[in-house]
Design a protein around this ligand. Sequence first.
Ligand code: C2E
Ligand code: MG
Ligand code: MG
Ligand code: MG
Length: 284
Amino acid sequence: YAAKRSRSGIEAYRADMSRRLERRIDMASRLDQALRHGELQLHYQPQVRLDDGGIVGMEALLRWHDTELGWIRPDEFIPLAEERGMIDAVGDFVVGQACAQIRAWRGAGLLLPGRLALNISAMQLDADTFSERLITAVTRAGLSPTEFDLELTESGIMVDPVRSLAIMKLLKAAGFSLSVDDFGMGYSSLSHLKGFPFDKIKLDGSFVQGMLTDRSDYAIVMATVTMARNLGLQLVAEGVETADQAVALKSIGCELAQGFLYGRACPPEVFAARWLQSAPAAGH
Ligand code: C2E
Ligand code: MG
Ligand code: MG
Ligand code: MG
């Protein structure tokens, strides 16, 4: 009986695996199409000051809506793009669209409150042409690297730390600012961080969400706030969802936040209406 049961278990498992594999293959070809047809789009989420909720910057978050599969999360399709050798194309698309958006906002007379943050995955950093392509795309669009912040994960830069450091120095010298994304989720975060030219730490939302109920999450948030201050780095608390979390963060000296409490990532028109102000008219 047990053997029979486990055999059918294995069969069910195999069927499930092959369904998943099919979904991934199907999704890969759809992603490829979406990319060709420009069907991916960037949404934008504000970064704010905790004391008055004023906007200080924004993060571009990639969205993919497939007519059959519906909304697909970047946590699902970015790894897929990496697996299928499409990540450089995805990255180029993101940079192109981000540049076009900044130009469009500016063209409409809107004032950008700070840098636009772009997410860069480990494998993007891996391509030899990465920094060159990025700098070329930005300058060809008539923009400056000083308008952008690049979010790298610790695990991403640790794939090849020596090489990452060289690339990061180059990007810094070009004018980009650099942030550690998902801080706290990697290994040996503290000791490794000091050798890299980061400007900002983004504390992973999981700690913020746990900080009022879990002592160790609270301790990690506290330690990160102190460490960022002592290292002279900016700190953004990610994933702030409730007013209580915001109050607690403020009380321990955290100044910047991002999260649903302030605003979800939204399409550019919605973002502009909610967060961007017109530049004062020139010549007066
Ligand atoms: P991330 O860079 O750490 O982005 C933060 C994620 O948390 C975003 O999910 C955002 O929508 C979500 N979030 C923001 N505030 C809250 C909150 O208050 N509560 C909760 N529960 N979640 C919140 P999203 O947009 O699904 O992106 C997931 C990840 O996908 C990003 O994590 C980033 O690593 C990656 N990603 C997104 N866009 C790109 C891109 O253009 N290129 C690359 N390489 N990766 C990207
Ligand atoms: Mg990010
Ligand atoms: Mg993050
Ligand atoms: Mg993340």
